[in-house]
Write a protein that binds this ligand. Structure first.
Ligand SMILES: NC(=O)c1ccc[n+]([C@@H]2O[C@H](COP(=O)([O-])OP(=O)(O)OC[C@H]3O[C@@H](n4cnc5c(N)ncnc54)[C@H](O)[C@@H]3O)[C@@H](O)[C@H]2O)c1
Length: 248
């Protein structure tokens, strides 16, 4: 396993109470970073912090779709330290179903979390990164945002939006030592799969040439490299981690 150097770095990982986000947080901690995990689920946050038991792990209940909530929590952190790394990982798929029957409020909520959540965190944190001329942002999108998954129109749209945001913001910041990239994972066995029907998950898996789910640690490796100081050139880019599904 590669050793990453995140000494003296402070990271915010949204949706960090479980799944991909918590695994990234653990690897950041092992590599020397101070890590703030944000999540909407307080119970899960507490059990994550109890499990990891690390002096450099902090948590806050934050709804990323609420700008005021995000802004307040950013202000709390930057009153003490800079934010060097932002992993926009919080997301929901919502239930599966055809667009023309989809609950309008739920459709809106899915886009609010996946797209506006990413915007809100970037909007609040990027000024601090500009001030320090340093930052690494990774937006966790999905193959759904590239390919468009049938019966997941809100999720696909939210993730496609996050990809567009990555390309635009990466270019806006390209003259600084700030990298903004997106990753597009295929299915991995986290709790998010429970939100979709079994048939939908099986259909997703059947499209992956590797013929298996993505392992969480495989996702974390890619995110860690993109978040590291070694990534000095790649920005505004979309890094595929779909086991051969989305080869473009
Ligand atoms: N697991 C997969 O198959 C897969 C594939 C592609 C992309 N992704 C993306 O990876 C990211 C992480 O998902 P995961 O698989 O670890 O799922 P997960 O459900 O285990 O974790 C997502 C976390 O986000 C939190 N969250 C939801 N809404 C929030 C909000 N408004 N504010 C703050 N936190 C909120 C949840 O409480 C949860 O802890 C998501 O963006 C997801 O869309 C996952």
């Amino acid at each position: 396993m590669h050793i990453f150097d995140f000494k003296n770095r402070t990271a915010v990982v949204t949706g960090g109470a479980q799944g991909f986000g918590l695994d990234v947080a653990k690897r950041f901690l092992e590599s020397g970073a101070k890590v703030f995990i944000w999540d909407i689920d307080e119970k899960l946050l507490k059990s994550a912090v109890d499990e990891v038991k690390h002096p450099n792990l902090f948590y806050s209940v934050v709804d990323v779709s609420n700008y005021q909530d995000v802004e307040k929590n950013v202000a709390d952190i930057i009153s003490k330290s800079n934010i060097d790394i932002l992993i926009n990982n919080a997301g929901i798929t919502g239930p599966t179903g055809p667009l023309w029957e989809y609950d309008v409020e739920m459709w809106n909520k899915i886009v609010q979390i996946n797209l506006m959540g990413t915007f809100n965190c970037c909007r609040a944190i990027v000024p601090n990164m500009i001030k320090n001329n340093y930052g690494r942002i990774v937006n966790v999108a999905s193959v759904a945002g590239k390919d468009g998954n049938a019966n997941a129109s809100a999720y696909s749209s939210g993730k496609a939006g996050a990809i567009g945001l990555t390309k635009a913001l990466g270019k806006e910041l390209a003259d600084k030592d700030i990298a903004v990239n997106a990753v597009t994972p295929a299915g991995a066995k986290t709790r998010i799969l429970d939100q979709m029907s079994k048939e939908h998950v099986q259909r997703m898996l059947s499209k992956v040439p590797r013929g298996r789910f993505l392992e969480i640690h495989e996702f974390t490796s890619l995110v860690c490299w993109l978040s590291s100081q070694e990534n000095t050139f790649s920005t505004a880019a979309v890094f595929d981690i779909s086991g051969g599904r989305s080869t473009y």
